[in-house]
Structure formats: structure tokens, C-alpha cells
Design a protein around this ligand. Sequence first.
Ligand code: SF4
Ligand code: SF4
Length: 166
Amino acid sequence: MKESDKNQKDPGPSKEKMEEIKACLAPCGLSCEACFAHVDGAIRDHSIKLKEKLGNFDIYARRFETLVGDPVFKKYPQFKEMLDYFSSANCTGCRSEQCKLFKDCGVRPCHQEKGVDFCFQCDAFPCDQTHFDEHLHERWVRLNEIIRKSGIEAFYEKSRTRPRYV
Ligand code: SF4
Ligand code: SF4
């Protein structure tokens, strides 16, 4: 590779690709797409499908309790409650509405004021504007440092196959 090529700045994703990325990743770097609360997320989608497959398993869970003799079936109502909860997820993502989980999140209004798509692009990063707790703050710093190193597109592609809850 020629020295001049090496020094050329990576142009980054195309405008269309960036819009796709922004629809999935919040400005803090977390994946809205992989969040359990997202209306189009895989967790909601799989929960709905599993509910459909299970049909009237409530009745069968009671039968299997004695038939199989395994007390785990007693827990089916709690499992179903969780599945119902995941299936009712309705958040459209951080860029279109206030986050339903981190209600005090400072990143959403702040990134708009700063005019950046992601925190890693901001001159003030890492700042004290997020209102995140210690755990989330650490994760936010780590994620944005990874994005800065790998590039937003590579990070996004990886985030599509990685669970959000690691
Ligand atoms: S905005 Fe918050 S609640 Fe909504 S999908 Fe993103 S992380 Fe989840
Ligand atoms: S000031 Fe902090 S929260 Fe706001 S955009 Fe910059 S890095 Fe993100």
C-alpha cells in the first residue's frame, strides 16, 4: 500500500448505512435493537413466537406436574408472565422517544445539543452528563472506546449477533 493511501482518512459509512446504524444503536452506543423493550427487537419477536408455539400450555403444565413428577412445571405461570411482558415491548428506540428503562438518561438531549450521532464523536467524551450509574457509566466508556477504535460500521455489524445482556 502506498504511503498516501495509508494516510487517507476512512470516509466511514455511507449516509444510508449511517441511518440504518442510527436506527439500531442509541447515541450512547447501546443497542436499542437488542433491548428487550424494543418493539421490533428479537427478544419481543421470539417471545411472541414462543407464546404461539406454547398455545394452552397452562393446562398441560398442571398435568405434567404430576405426570412427569417435576416441580419445575409449577413455575410455568411465572415464566408465562415474563413471556407476556417481553411480548408487550413497545419502545421505538432512543432516537424517536425517551428511553423507557433509563428515564433520567442525559445522553439523548445532550447529543442533540452537541450535534453528534454518538458520544465517541463528542469532544467532551467521557463527560459527566449521562446520569448513568457506575455500572452503566463503565459500559458506556468501554463501548465508545471500542467504537472509536473499530469504527462504527464494524461495531454495528458485531452488535447484530451479540446479546445485549452480557
Ligand atoms: S430507548 Fe431504552 S428502552 Fe427503548 S429500546 Fe433503547 S435502550 Fe431499550
Ligand atoms: S457531552 Fe457527554 S453525553 Fe453529551 S454527547 Fe458528549 S459525550 Fe455524550
